[in-house]
Design a protein around this ligand. Structure first.
Ligand code: CDP
Length: 203
């Protein structure tokens, strides 16, 4: 069984997926972490983030570990996880995610994972796992999302909202909801409320 949870930036996908996966007793995977890892390695190497041929040689050691307590991303024996959510990575990741060769690499990593699992990102229900029987798509207004993310970033809410809106624009191509996804506006709901909505639907 595969459950896909897609949605726009900072819509709560990771926290919701983690809660749903824990309730189901299965792992979850955050596909965005792989795009973030490619971005971090590209920035560290001084590579052109729009050039897949400069990025692909940096990736053979990259591995996503879907732990129940949260995902970790490794480059050989170096844990990259703590550095994946910087404002710098936020600013470059959509450029990397637009590259078809990088998308293929991420998709291959995800499809190699054993199911059951909960997969979250932008195109889990449309592209990576189109035959998943349970699909959800999370939305919320830009202001609500910026207020949530302000707890995780040093910038103020208007700056975060502007960056999120720009990332939504750059991610439009891969962010369409699957036609068979249930769309949930998380604005009026608590985190547990979103998790419970999904679990009720699965039952
Ligand atoms: O948590 P947040 O929604 O801010 O970001 P994320 O899920 O970690 O995704 C980071 C970036 O990776 C997105 O802005 C997209 O550019 C890209 N991404 C994607 O293109 N496709 C996915 N399935 C997941 C992420």
């Amino acid at each position: 069984m595969i459950v896909t949870i897609d949605g726009v930036a900072a819509s709560g996908k990771s926290s919701v997926s983690s809660g749903v996966a824990q309730a189901l007793g299965v792992p979850y995977v955050s596909s965005g972490l792989l795009y973030r890892a490619v971005t971090l390695l590209g920035l560290t190497a001084g590579a052109d983030l729009a050039d897949a041929s400069a990025l692909l040689p940096l990736l053979p050691g990259v591995r996503l570990e879907p732990l129940a307590s949260g995902n970790r991303v490794w480059n050989a024996d170096h844990d990259l996880t703590a550095d994946l959510h910087s404002t710098r990575v936020d600013g470059g990741v959509s450029t990397v995610a637009a590259l078809p060769e990088i998308r293929e690499w991420v998709d291959a990593q995800l499809r190699a994972l054993p199911d059951p699992l909960v997969a979250e990102g932008r195109d889990m229900g449309t592209n990576v796992f189109p035959h998943a029987p349970h699909k959800f798509y999370l939305t919320a207004s830009p202001r609500v999302r910026a207020e949530r993310r302000a707890k995780e970033r040093p910038e103020d809410i208007p700056a975060i909202e502007a960056a999120l809106t720009e990332r939504d624009r750059l991610d439009t191509t891969q962010s369409a909801p699957a036609p068979d996804a249930r769309v949930i506006d998380t604005g009026p709901l608590t985190l547990q409320g979103v998790i419970d909505t999904i679990l009720a639907d699965l039952r």
